[in-house]
Write a protein that binds this ligand. Structure first.
Ligand code: MD3
Ligand code: FE
Length: 216
């Protein structure tokens, strides 16, 4: 919040519209960041970050894990949701209450009052990591929105169209920003540009993204 003129603050709008059905809630997760990172530590103890392999045989530059009833995974056989962590042979850790509460509150603020996520994919980017343009289409019902929480270093979100060849727009996503994608935005191509080097005051040289979905 800037304070430009005799104590009259210039407040950023609570909700920015990215496109039809897609909204950025700047700083929405900031009041909870300490609690989120503490809960994340417990999740990572049970199911650590790992570099999954794509069906094409390449290890992803983004490290991933999951919590919740369903976890998104990829291996040589394809992309899917599974209730078991293939690395531990155990169910994914339960979704922490503070994760689920934040995701539902953000969805409600963006006009999706009934969102109850059963999957949380956790992505870790270090400088140089990127996520190429893709669609999220492994979920059963595209009527549910997707909620994402950005923590740590800033990133450039690439927001394309319904076809891979549509030129993407670029949006900066910073620590504490929450984005809700629903309606016609739900199936648009999207990705994250190569993460620039930097140092975040609490997370250091990394960006963590929590992506909440209703998968089943
Ligand atoms: C936009 N993650 O995990 S935010 C992903 O920041 C993913 O780690 C990015 O794309 C990240 O699949 C981007 C999440 C996101 C998820 C689904 C979307 C953005 C979306 C679906 C449609 C449009
Ligand atoms: Fe995605």
């Amino acid at each position: 919040m800037r304070d430009l003129f005799e104590g009259h603050p210039i407040v950023e709008p609570a909700i920015e519209t990215m496109s039809e059905g897609a909204f950025i809630l700047r700083g929405f997760a900031k009041p909870q960041d300490g609690e989120l990172l503490q809960a994340l530590d417990d999740v990572l103890t049970a199911s650590p970050f790992r570099h999954m392999v794509t069906p094409g045989g390449y290890a992803m530059s983004v490290a991933m894990t999951n919590c919740g009833a369903a976890g998104w995974i990829t291996d040589r056989t394809g992309y899917r949701y599974d209730g078991t962590d293939p690395q531990t042979g155990l169910p994914w850790p339960a979704m922490p209450h503070c994760f689920e509460a934040l995701a539902s509150a953000a969805a409600a603020a963006a006009g999706y009052p009934a969102f109850r996520p059963d999957a949380c994919l956790i992505n870790r980017y270090v400088p140089g990591a990127r996520l190429s343009l893709h669609q999220d289409r492994n979920e059963r019902d595209f009527a549910h929105p997707i909620v994402s929480v950005s923590l740590g270093l800033p990133a450039t979100f690439l927001f394309g169209g319904p076809k891979r060849s549509d030129t993407p727009s670029r949006f900066a996503l910073r620590h504490g920003d929450v984005v809700v994608w629903g309606g016609p935005s739900r199936l648009r191509f999207h990705g994250i540009a190569e993460l620039k080097d930097g140092e975040h005051e609490t997370l250091g040289r990394q960006r963590i993204n929590l992506t909440f979905r209703r998968a089943l």
